[in-house]
Design a protein. Structure first.
Length: 145
């Protein structure tokens, strides 16, 4: 899985050293649960725990729109990750990040994203989970320029 494999290596090798910036955009295209999960990750980000919540979701997925990421489950997960559940519940109930997730998905589609995971390395698209070595080759090519 990218989040627990190549991403960790990219962060260690490049991001922590300041030579690469890594950004994450939600691309919620798989129905309601995809939208809710993206909003939930942004609610977790409000409490400084985006990546912890993100990784928890990826470890607990069980297929598209099969109930794993219902709003009730997402709220339960917040407690398991150590978030302030009252603030998280309020964030979800008010749909605080609904518009932001929709905008992020729209912008990603305008950049040519059609599936997940997808990446842009200095504007060059990479589709599908790739090994660290593949990312390294491309990143190093741009850093040497």
């Amino acid at each position: 899985m990218f989040a627990t494999g190549a991403l960790r290596q990219i962060k260690d090798e490049y991001v922590e050293k300041g030579s690469v910036r890594f950004g994450y955009w939600n691309y919620a295209i798989l129905g309601d649960e995809s939208q809710w999960a993206a909003q939930a990750s942004e609610c977790a980000a409000d409490q400084g725990k985006f990546w912890e919540y993100h990784d928890f979701l990826f470890q607990h997925q069980s297929g598209e729109n099969q109930g794993a990421f219902s709003v009730d489950n997402l709220k339960k997960f917040a407690g398991e990750v150590g978030l302030d559940t009252k603030a998280f519940t309020n964030c979800m109930d008010t749909e605080k990040f609904k518009a932001a997730v929709e905008e992020s998905s729209y912008i990603a589609s305008q950049l040519g994203v059609r599936s997940t995971p997808s990446f842009l390395v200095n504007g060059q698209p990479i589709v599908g989970a790739q090994s660290f070595e593949n990312f390294k080759a491309l990143i190093d090519q741009f850093l040497e320029q």
